[in-house]
Every structure is written in structure tokens, then in C-alpha cells.
Write a protein that binds this ligand. Structure first.
Ligand SMILES: C[S@@+](CC[C@H](N)C(=O)[O-])C[C@H]1O[C@@H](n2cnc3c(N)ncnc32)[C@H](O)[C@@H]1O
Length: 404
């Protein structure tokens, strides 16, 4: 009797597992297609041992394609929920830091990252048996579980700043039989108690590599982090830490992650920057504004400017179709570049404050053109032990101080 029940239980479990195993095979195929190569066998094994749906909360948010996030509940829409779990796309698992959205503005604050970027980052991390790893941004715990499968639970520490998010991750990890050290803390301080680490993986983007994390990485170790620039959030930075405690590495043109909480800026143009008594200088330009904010040029301009932010505004005043705002992150200088909506590329420029930001953006764009229009892969970063950051093009000697 007991045995028969056991067999029935085993059968049910096998049947229940079939859809997720098939879904995981489909997902890994999609990941391979995106990466352009087969996923390494050790990560295929880790993924099959780590069903992604088991790491998602019952409520997730789906992007409707216009950056509007719509809740999807397991109870109400199980097939939509399951499909999202095994799609090669990020799944938003928390919005607005877990608070009620203000003015109906729903923005993602935690997610399960897209599986292709998770696996790409794990490959780039180049973990070897016996190494220790620190993950900053536990989120759902899925990435952490994959790392544990490879390195063993005892060699992995994961930090998450949000208590509600970490509670879900701890439960999911335990249900999956994984027991790494999972710490609720600010990851920008690293985790001294278990340092030094061979590998550090950020799964939230940084504008500056936090100094404690650099200090807690072994010489010869690797730090991998998505990059955030006030101008444009793009690029994955892989830093190798040298014997002298300096980290040097290159960007690749991948990834856009949510910014680490301590480095977020909430700059509102009319609240924090522009005031009625400002009298800006006026001029004209013919450089199309979109050139400087997107693609390889946008990445490059962001690197050159360092501490400048931009935003678009539709129909700001009568006779102006749209306006590009630029401002320093300290709010002391700003520029506005207006187009009247006609066919001609002719723009009116207003600039205010100690810096002429549109002139700087034009100069940065000209530098990009002069240097054969480099993409992110030609850029790199050096972080010295005092924490200062020097960006460079092609080689570390060709560098400049990152502003801000
Ligand atoms: C993209 S999600 C992480 C995805 C996660 N690795 C996974 O597999 O699901 C980014 C996470 O970073 C967390 N985070 C943001 N700032 C942080 C900080 N200072 N320290 C630790 N975690 C932070 C967010 O709360 C969020 O859960």
C-alpha cells in the first residue's frame, strides 16, 4: 500500500515536471539563439535543476510593450504567468519599491532578469570550482541558485536591500534545496564578514564601483557589473582586480539593469533645476538631437559628459513640437534644445549655468565621430584604490577622469 502510494506520487511528480522541463529546454534554446552559441553544459545542468517559475511570486508585472506594467496573477492567469516564467525576457516581480504607485506611475524595482543576460553574465564571470562569489541584488534568487549549483552553497553569498524581496528569495532558495548565505543589507558596502571574494556579480547597475566591493575582491578576482550613466544606462563592465588593488576592464554592449538604490537620482526639471528667474543664453544648432542620446553615440557622449542627464518633453510651449532637456546631476547647469516640428533640422538652444551643456554634448559627439564612432566594446574603465574612476578608449593610457 505504502509502496503503491509512493509510486503514484512519483508518477504524478514526473507528469507535473514535464511541462516545466519542456519549457526549460525551449528557454535554453532561446537563450542559445540570443547568445549565438550553445549554453555551456554546466549551466544547462544548473538551469534544469533550477525551475525558473519556482522563483517567481504569485503576482508578477508584464510590460505591455509601451513600458506600462500590468499585473499578472498566477491564480487568475496561470498560463500567462507560466509563459512569462519561461520566456527569454525579464519578469518584473516588484514595483515602486513595494509601495503604492504615486500618480499611477508604476516602475519596476525588482525583477528576474532575462535568462540570456543571466547566463551571459555567469559565463563572463568565469567561475571555477572552489571559488567564492558575492552576488549583489538577490532579487528572486534564481541567479543565486544557479551560482550555488556550480560553486556549492557554502561558497556563495548574496545580498539584497529589500526585506520583502529577500524573504521571497529565501523561501524559493530553501524550496529548491539551496542554502547559501543570503543577507539583507546595502550591497554597496559589500559583505566584509565573508570577504575576500574571487568573483563579484552585480545584478543591479552602478554609476560608480563602490569602494568596499573593490576592497573585498581578491587580487586576480573579477567584478562584473551592469553600468549606469545618468545619460544612458547601458553596458556591462568586467573588471579584473590587480595585485595593487586597481581594477581595470572593458565594457560590452549588453544589458540595462535597474540602478542600485543608493546611486539612484530623482531629478525633476521643474522642481530641482529650472527656475523662473533663470535667463538662459540663446543660440541655434543643426545637429539633430537624437544623434547624441541613442546607440553607440549616446553611450560615448554619456562617457564623455559623465554627470549629465537628459529628458524629452512634448509640446513644452506654443510653437515648439518637442524639447530635449539636459541638466547636470547637481542641477546647477541646464540646456533646452527645441524643434518646431517642421521638416528642417534646425534647433533653438537655451543654456544656463556655469556649464554650456549643449556645447559639451556637441563636442562629445564630434569626438565620437573623430574616433571612428566607437561602440561600448572600445571603452573601458580603471578604478583605483582611492575610488576614483578613469574612463578610457581602446587602452587604459588613453583615459580621462569620469566626471561627477
Ligand atoms: C534585477 S534585480 C536582481 C535579479 C536577481 N539577481 C534574480 O536572479 O532574480 C535587482 C535587485 O537589486 C536589488 N538592489 C538594489 N539596490 C541594492 C543594494 N544597494 N543592495 C542590494 N540589492 C540591491 C533590488 O532590490 C533588486 O531586487
Amino acid at each position: 500500500m505504502g509502496n503503491r502510494q509512493g509510486r503514484r506520487q512519483a508518477q504524478v511528480t514526473t507528469i507535473q515536471h514535464q511541462p516545466e522541463q519542456a519549457a526549460m529546454r525551449g528557454l535554453l534554446q532561446a537563450v542559445s539563439d540570443t547568445l549565438g552559441h550553445a549554453v555551456a553544459p554546466e549551466w544547462v545542468e544548473a538551469a534544469h535543476a533550477t525551475p525558473r517559475h519556482q522563483f517567481l511570486p504569485e503576482r508578477i508585472w508584464l510590460n505591455d510593450g509601451n513600458d506600462t506594467y500590468i499585473p499578472c496573477d498566477l491564480q487568475d492567469n496561470p498560463s500567462g504567468w507560466f509563459a512569462a516564467a519561461y520566456a527569454n525576457a525579464p519578469v518584473v516581480t516588484q514595483v515602486c519599491d513595494g509601495r503604492e504607485p504615486e500618480d499611477g506611475e508604476v516602475w519596476p524595482s525588482s525583477s528576474a532578469s532575462a535568462p540570456s543576460i543571466v547566463l551571459q553574465m555567469l559565463e563572463a564571470l568565469d567561475v571555477q570550482d572552489g571559488m567564492t562569489a558575492l552576488e549583489i541584488g538577490t532579487g528572486t534568487g534564481w541567479n543565486c541558485a544557479l551560482l550555488c549549483h556550480h560553486l556549492g552553497d557554502a561558497n556563495v553569498v548574496s545580498i539584497e536591500v529589500d526585506p520583502e524581496v529577500i524573504a521571497g528569495a529565501r523561501t524559493s532558495l530553501a524550496n529548491a534545496g539551496r542554502h547559501p548565505e543570503v543577507v539583507c543589507a546595502d550591497g554597496s558596502r559589500g559583505w566584509e564578514l565573508r570577504a575576500p571574494y574571487d568573483r563579484v556579480l552585480f545584478t543591479c547597475s552602478v554609476r560608480r564601483l563602490p569602494l568596499p566591493v573593490l576592497q573585498q575582491t581578491k587580487p586576480g578576482g573579477v567584478i562584473l557589473t551592469p553600468w549606469d550613466n545618468p545619460w544612458m544606462t547601458w553596458g556591462l563592465l568586467r573588471l579584473a582586480v590587480g595585485e595593487n588593488g586597481t581594477a581595470v576592464g572593458r565594457f560590452s554592449p549588453d544589458s540595462a539593469f535597474m540602478t542600485i538604490r543608493q546611486q539612484r537620482t530623482d531629478l525633476r526639471i521643474f522642481r530641482d533645476v529650472v527656475s523662473e528667474d533663470h535667463v538662459p543664453d540663446q543660440s541655434e544648432t543643426t545637429l539633430a538631437r537624437r544623434c547624441v542620446v541613442a546607440g553607440d553615440a549616446g553611450f560615448s557622449v554619456g562617457m564623455r559628459l559623465g554627470d549629465v542627464w537628459h529628458a524629452w518633453q512634448d509640446s513644452p510651449i506654443e510653437g515648439v513640437h518637442d524639447r530635449l532637456w539636459l541638466a547636470t546631476t547637481d542641477g546647477t547647469s541646464w540646456a533646452a534644445v527645441d524643434h518646431d516640428g517642421g521638416e528642417e533640422d534646425r534647433f533653438t538652444v537655451y543654456q544656463y549655468g556655469p556649464r554650456r551643456l549643449w556645447d559639451e554634448a556637441e563636442a562629445a559627439y564630434a569626438w565620437w565621430v573623430e574616433n571612428d564612432r566607437p561602440g561600448p566594446a572600445r571603452f573601458g574603465m580603471t578604478v583605483v584604490p582611492d575610488g576614483s574612476h578613469r574612463a578610457w578608449l581602446d587602452r587604459p593610457a588613453n583615459d580621462w577622469q569620469l566626471r561627477g
